[in-house]
Design a protein around this ligand. Sequence first.
Ligand code: UDP
Length: 327
Amino acid sequence: MTVKRVRRVLVTGGAGFIGSHLAQLLIARGDDVVIVDDLSTGRRENLPQHARVRFVYNTVSTALTGELAKEKFDEIYHLAASVGVKLVVDNPTKCIENNIHETGELVRFACTASFENKPTRTLIASSSEVYGKSDKTPFREDDDVVYGPTTVFRWTYAMSKALDESIGLSAFKTHGLPVVITRFFNTVGPRQVGDYGMVLPRFIAAALKGEDLPVYGDGSQTRCFCDVRDVSAALPKLLACSEAFGGVFNVGSDRAISIRELANLVIRVTQSSSRVRAIPYADAFASGFEDLRQRKPDLTRIQRVIGFSPTIPLEKTIEDVAVLMKH
Ligand code: UDP
């Protein structure tokens, strides 16, 4: 009788918002999970407490060339990155180092990280920011990307994630790395923090305190919000699907809502006495910052490959986040 080995999985950024939900799912699936996180934006309290989780507190490149250099994995999920436009605009150099250098190191590692010393199935997290400021809607994975000048640091993030994608895709071509690239659209839910500019946790926190909800511009800009539990559940499914290798996938919801409507929804769901306050763009952002009018994914590709469709309504996400924030 052959004994089946427990699957070993590496999650970088596993103390972060999406990574910690993913790690929880992998544990529930029965995997051994190694999490690498330098806790720059991730938080220790997000780490799943389980005997089959090992936490390596370090940057990806240091962990992979040191403590984990000789270790083997069945799957790798690379979610460690500088996230959020605000953080990136504040420190673009760190963003470039984190996103490009670390992903380069990860892909080098992944090319021989399987138990047969061959390339390991690897998922690289990217972002809808990669589309840049194209006004085409919805965004399809093979659309052109449109950026502003290099002097505007908003685009540094987009360019760094686009290059991350190229690092993965080129390793697919030259080394046969079974790689999947996921472009996350506006992901929301438990454990997201508003410190880096993300709108939903900021609105919910304000609503719970009875403070005004700050809506930038006239609030008619739209976004599509998808619950992190739907997003994270899609990732192992993509990596299990050989048809997905070498591909880029939008992951998110295609239900658009204006930011003003979102503010009103948060007030309604949390039964808050707060009001909406319009903040002119000039007061909200540094000069030269361009907000996007709309951002909506075309989900045809991910629907075709894994039958993805979000299941958690935004109202439920708001309720769940509010409950957690109250504690
Ligand atoms: N936004 C807002 N108030 C805030 C934070 C953000 O009105 O306190 C707006 C922002 O201008 C944008 C939308 O909400 O139009 C989504 O912002 P977020 O930073 O969450 O995501 P992204 O712009 O990257 O899609």
